[in-house]
Design a protein around this ligand. Structure first.
Ligand SMILES: Cc1cc2nc3c(=O)[nH]c(=O)nc-3n(C[C@H](O)[C@H](O)[C@H](O)COP(=O)(O)OP(=O)(O)OC[C@H]3O[C@@H](n4cnc5c(N)ncnc54)[C@H](O)[C@@H]3O)c2cc1C
Length: 482
């Protein structure tokens, strides 16, 4: 089947969905748009000059949201397998949208506790900073990052910076690994200092750490409201060889979408020509500069290790614990309202275990350690994680555990990692990733954020940028960058 649209958007993550809203709705940040996707690109309102554009979004997944996904076999509520937190509430398109939806958020301190393995001490963040000079030092170092040390050729990894320039102690380096590198989704040895510094300079969202009152999937569903999203639509090829005509074909079928312009909002791994598991064929081939940029910017890996409990063994106010000298670097405790969706249990025993779950520990591990645990036996990872909790909570956890699960993002075919991290010798790669091609292909997605923001609001900002560029091209303004 062939379908015509003004714009075809590849990928229904937060970038692609927000691009579609910006193109087709006058008020994309409202929960329900008063004038959703109109039938003609030339339709204009009598009261404003906004011209809605007919968009169709395609995605290989079964529902929109991209990396925003839930697990239904761990707890009575839907558990976020991807993103969970809202980073900052200033200048945030995501926060404005959440507010417009009427969803509530709760501010939390991050981290609110440290578990110092060597001292065997679980401390509040304030106590840890007051009593431990290494904790103070690591925060000082990352708060007072140096200016860019020379050009891109002089870029160094965070590990090189800490060892050679700062001459930090082993303990400070280990804290930096678990507090900062883990959050950046890489190990210190892979973090590029230029982009770390750029990210800090360009961060305009404030420092609040917010938890939504429901799983983030519900925000994804609201973003998709009024947008024409075609799910289970695995893209085979994107032919943009003719001006103002893009033909996108679907794997394993004769379906195609023919549009004037195309927004590519796929994870950068899908742009890599050597990616056999998920490669989208562009006709003609994408410019070499863009392909090289997609290789230079690194997709970090992360895994979440979930452990459900029938009985709460931690202090009521405990939220997020950064652990040092331990197996896994960080965990947090979150619960959400019980879900009305059926649980995905294989048998009655599993269903009972899910129903019995009262609390959930989510370990978050990124970088080399995430890769390492993906090679370990799952039962060994779980056993070591539970032992770590035994030490921290000073009780035997094993008999209180109901459910366990590991989600390792390296195994997700469509993303092959969690999110991009500040990459060494990145140069202007993100600008190249963001640049349009032939005034026909426009690019969005967290990796294309030139402020190195791999968060949800960063992805949405890139969607908005691509929508503006597409609109300019459709209506005769703007030109190609590559
Ligand atoms: C474990 C984890 C924790 C995170 N924590 C946070 C957090 O707490 N806060 C935060 O703000 N951000 C967090 N992030 C980052 C956040 O998830 C991303 O910034 C955001 O989801 C990226 O959106 P996107 O639209 O750029 O990409 P995606 O969401 O990946 O969307 C791209 C879409 O393209 C589709 N696609 C890929 N290949 C094809 C193909 N061949 N055919 C058709 N469709 C295809 C995919 O199915 C996907 O839906 C986290 C991410 C992970 C994985």
């Amino acid at each position: 089947m062939s379908y015509d649209a003004d714009v075809v958007i590849l990928g229904a993550g937060f970038a692609g969905l927000h691009a579609a809203r910006c193109l087709s709705m006058e008020h994309p940040e409202r929960r329900t748009a008063p004038r959703a996707a109109a039938a003609s690109s030339t339709t204009t309102s009598s009261s404003s000059s906004f011209a809605p554009v007919r968009c169709v979004v395609v995605d290989a997944c079964g529902e929109p949201g991209g990396r925003v996904r839930v697990e239904r076999d761990v707890a009575p509520w839907d558990v976020n397998s991807g993103p969970e937190f809202i980073h900052g509430d200033e200048n945030s398109v995501l926060k404005r949208f959440i507010d417009a939806c009427g969803f509530a958020t709760r501010e939390r301190e991050w981290p609110d506790r440290y578990y110092l393995g060597l001292e065997d001490a679980l401390l509040s963040a304030d106590d840890a900073e007051e009593t431990n000079a290494d904790v103070r030092e690591v925060h000082r170092l990352f708060d007072e990052l140096p200016d860019v040390p020379g050009g891109d050729a002089n870029d160094v990894t965070a590990l090189e910076w800490l060892t050679s320039s700062v001459r930090a102690s082993e303990r400070v380096i280990s804290l930096a690994e678990n507090i900062y590198a883990n959050d950046f989704c890489a190990s210190l040895g892979k973090l590029g200092m230029h982009e770390v510094i750029e990210e800090k300079k360009r961060w305009v969202y404030g420092e609040k750490y917010l938890v939504l009152d429901r799983p983030l999937r519900e925000v994804a569903l609201e973003l998709a409201r009024g947008v024409d999203v075609r799910t289970n639509w695995d893209i085979a090829s994107v032919d943009y060889s003719q001006p103002d005509r893009v033909v996108v074909t679907r794997k394993g079928s004769n379906d195609k979408i023919v549009a004037k312009k195309c927004v590519v909002a796929l994870p950068i791994t899908a742009l890599r020509s050597r990616n056999r598991a998920n490669s989208v064929k562009f006709i003609p081939r994408l410019p070499e500069a863009k392909i090289n940029a997609a290789e230079t910017i690194q997709m970090g890996n992360a895994a979440k290790v979930f452990i459900g409990f029938r009985e709460i063994v931690w202090p009521d106010d405990l939220f997020d614990v950064v652990c040092t000298d331990c197996f896994l670097p960080e965990f947090w405790i979150t619960t959400y309202p019980k879900s009305s969706h059926p649980r995905q249990a294989k048998n009655a025993e599993e269903a009972q275990a899910i129903a019995d779950t009262k609390g959930l520990v989510t370990f978050f591990v990124a970088g080399d350690l995430a890769n390492k645990i993906s090679k370990m036996k799952e039962s060994d990872v779980i056993a070591k994680a539970i032992e770590q909790l035994d030490r921290i909570f000073k009780t035997s956890c094993k008999e209180r555990v109901t459910t366990t699960k590991i989600v390792n993002w390296a195994n997700e075919r469509l993303t092959q990692g969690a999110y991009t991290h500040p990459s060494v010798h990145a140069g202007n790669s993100r600008t190249l990733l963001a640049a349009s091609v032939s005034n026909t292909l426009f690019f969005a997605g967290e990796a294309t954020h030139t402020g190195v923001n791999p968060c949800l609001q960063g992805a949405m900002e890139t969607g908005e940028r691509a929508a503006h560029q597409t609109r300019a091209a459709l209506f005769g303004v703007g030109s190609s960058k590559l």
